[in-house]
Each structure stands twice: as structure tokens, then as C-alpha cells.
Design a protein around this ligand. Structure first.
Ligand SMILES: C[S@@+](CC[C@H](N)C(=O)[O-])C[C@H]1O[C@@H](n2cnc3c(N)ncnc32)[C@H](O)[C@@H]1O
Length: 357
């Protein structure tokens, strides 16, 4: 069929929608560059600035900044004022500049695109069925994951989430043994290790890149009560060792999550607590379609989560949206846990499950 035989308006709408994704790719790259150069931080809290003023503040080249600034205004990320002045609003600063204090910080998620060799392997995975583990995704992906998931955990875990769990804070204050399974770069476990010096913390992750990032935190924050293992959830001790176990944003990435749930059951004390954080989703795809960012989550799934969960033959392959409350509850009960309580914590992307034997 030629274009002239198609509905012109529908063709325009569809083309626009496809090109919008290309625009998203280009704007993503510009956000990454702005983040790496500290441009959002340089603009934050300032009156509207010209490219010359931003150049003098950052020591960067005015012509390059001018093109970037106009592009950011075109993307509606900066406010445009007369005489080519550009402003980052307070809300813009919360999302793009403030990594330490804002729960909404997002710019860290843009750190670099998928390398061409990884894309080739992902294309091949559609033929072989076998995906890439987080180890194979490399150091850049580990770093990006940490910056994307970190702000919420760093700011909400100790003050808000742990106090909502039954008896956990009292145990941590007194002296508990804790495991973070699938600890990634260790943001959660390091935050707990710093807050509860009487307790002992063990981080498990099969990715050496993730564990390297954890070890760097142990060193820089002088965390004598934390140690790490390049190991998966199935390698947990078989005897009841842990008072508290967390699995954050990783059950859906595992090739054998049901086996890991059983290993957690074996290594947790009878009065212990397992806290699971996993992506907010429902079993009904039509209901998930209400999520305006659903396509992005499927992109994460094919390029990382489902890929990891299929990185061995017979992998469960749950993927980013696959560990919904129904799947979680049935897997956890089958593993031998009898208490299952869902929390919300107003986290836009995740649900939390408090589980006990
Ligand atoms: C999306 S990251 C989340 C990391 C961290 N928990 C966080 O919230 O930042 C998923 C992690 O799960 C780890 N993982 C994958 N399979 C695993 C397994 N079988 N046991 C433990 N961790 C696993 C990956 O290596 C990766 O670091």
C-alpha cells in the first residue's frame, strides 16, 4: 500500500508518535550530558542565565552550552526567558539536579545508552532464548542501576520504611544479622550499616561489578560491620542465620526466584523478617496499560531484567513486571512462609512485601 492510499491524519499521528521516541532518545542523551557536566547543578537556584553566564560559571564553551540550553528549553526542561536566558525551576532542580535530598531525582537513570555490543547480544537472545546476566551487562549498567534506584532507597529506607515493619528497628538497634540478597551497588545495605552499628550486614550479588561498588562504599564510609559475597541467593547459608533479609528490585531478575525464596526460608530465623521491594504491577496487562511509562518498563525488561532472568537455560524469565502481588504471594507461601503483608509507602514504581516464616 502506498502512503496516498492511507488515512493521512492517522499516518501523521503515527509518524509523530514514532518520531517522539527518537526525540526521547536525543533528549535522554542531552540529559546525560547535562548531568555529567554538572549543568543542572550549575543552573539550580539561579536566576535565568545566558549561555555566556553559564560558560563563565562552569568553564565550558559558550557555543556548546547555547545549543544545549535551547534544546533543553525546546524539551520544556528549562524555562525560556527573553534575551536567551534559561532557568531551571525548583521542580526541575528536584528531578534533574538534587541527587542527595530529592526523592524525585531522575537524571542518574540517563547515564549512557546501551553499548552496541550489548545490543547485538540482545538481538541474538531473541534467536537463542538466552539473555545477559548483570555480570555480562558490565560496570556501566551497574552504575546506572545504582543511580536510578538509589535516591529513593537512600532517603526512605531508614527513616520511613524500616520503622513500618514489625519489630525490625528494635532488633537492628540491639544487634541483628542482616542479608541484602541482590544488593547491587549496596545503597540499601550501606545505609542500614551506617544507621545500625550494632548489627552485622552481608551483601550478596552474583555481579562482580555490583560487589565492587559495594566494596568501595565499605571503604569510603568505613563500614566495619558490612561484608560482601560475589554470590547469588541460592548460596545463602542453609541454617537459620539471619534476623532480617531484604531483596530489593531483584526477584524478577533472577533465573530461579522460587529456589532463592526457598533458600531465604532456610537461612532466616523463625522470628525473622524478609522485606521484598519489587516493581508495582498487576497480573492483568490491560490494567498495567494505565501506567503511562509502561513501555519504558518493558524496555528495561528486555534489555536488563527479563534478559537476566533468562540468562541460564530454564530461567523463570519473570522480567520487570512479572513479580506482581499474586506471583509474589504464591511463590512465598510455597517456599514455606506464612505471613505476607503488602505495603505501599507511596513509592510510585514499587510495592513492598513484609514476609515472615
Ligand atoms: C536491578 S538490580 C537491583 C540492585 C539493588 N538491590 C538495588 O535496589 O539497587 C538487580 C540485581 O539483582 C542481582 N541478581 C540477579 N540474579 C540474582 C540472584 N540469583 N541472586 C542474587 N542477586 C541476583 C543482579 O546482579 C543485580 O545486581
Amino acid at each position: 500500500m502506498t502512503d496516498s492510499e492511507l488515512d493521512v491524519d492517522e499516518l501523521k499521528r503515527f509518524s509523530f508518535s514514532v518520531w517522539s521516541y527518537k526525540q526521547g532518545e536525543m533528549v535522554s542523551l542531552m540529559i546525560h550530558i547535562g548531568d555529567q557536566l554538572g549543568l543542572y547543578s550549575a543552573l539550580a537556584g539561579e536566576a535565568p542565565m545566558t549561555a555566556a553566564e553559564l560558560a563563565s560559571k562552569t568553564g565550558l564553551k559558550e557555543r556548546w552550552l547555547f545549543e544545549w540550553l535551547r534544546g533543553q528549553a525546546a524539551a520544556r526542561l528549562l524555562n525560556y526567558h527573553d534575551e536567551d536566558r534559561f532557568e531551571l525551576s525548583a521542580v526541575g532542580a528536584a528531578v534533574l539536579a538534587d541527587e542527595n535530598d530529592s526523592l524525585s531525582f531522575a537524571a542518574g537513570a540517563f547515564s549512557g545508552s546501551t553499548p552496541p555490543e550489548t545490543i547485538e547480544k540482545l538481538i541474538d537472545a531473541f534467536r537463542t532464548g538466552i539473555g545477559l546476566s548483570y555480570e555480562e551487562l558490565g560496570a556501566n549498567a551497574a552504575h546506572r542501576t545504582e543511580r536510578m534506584l538509589g535516591p529513593w532507597v537512600k532517603q526512605a529506607l531508614v527513616p520511613e520504611i524500616l520503622p513500618a515493619l514489625d519489630g525490625v528497628v528494635a532488633k537492628l538497634e540491639k544487634g541483628a544479622v542482616v542479608a541484602d540478597v541482590g544488593c547491587g551497588g549496596g545503597i540499601a545495605i550501606a545505609a542500614m550499616a551506617a544507621a545500625y552499628p550494632n548489627s552485622e550486614f552481608h551483601g550478596y550479588d552474583p555481579s562482580s561489578h555490583a560487589i565492587n561498588n559495594c566494596n568501595a562504599k565499605i571503604k569510603s564510609q568505613n563500614l566495619g560491620n558490612m561484608k560482601t559475597f560475589v554470590a547469588g541467593g541460592k548460596d545463602l547459608p542453609e541454617s537459620a542465620t539471619y534476623d532480617f533479609i531484604i531483596t530489593f528490585d531483584c526477584m524478577h531478575d533472577m533465573t530461579q526466584p522460587a529456589e532463592v525464596a526457598r533458600a531465604i526460608r532456610g537461612s532466616i530465623k523463625e522470628n525473622g523478617t524478609w522485606l521484598i521491594k519489587d516493581i508495582r504491577s498487576q497480573s492483568d496487562f490491560k490494567k498495567n496499560m494505565r501506567n503511562p511509562l509502561l513501555a519504558m518498563f518493558y524496555g528495561f525488561s528486555v534489555s536488563a531484567c527479563m534478559s537476566s532472568a533468562l540468562s541460564e537455560p530454564d530461567g523463570a524469565g519473570l522480567g520487570t513486571l512479572g513479580f506482581n502481588p499474586e506471583v509474589a504471594e504464591s511463590m512465598i507461601r510455597e517456599a514455606g512462609f506464612s505471613h505476607f503483608h503488602q505495603h505501599d509507602f507511596n513509592d510510585p514504581s514499587n510495592l513492598y512485601y513484609e514476609v515472615q516464616p
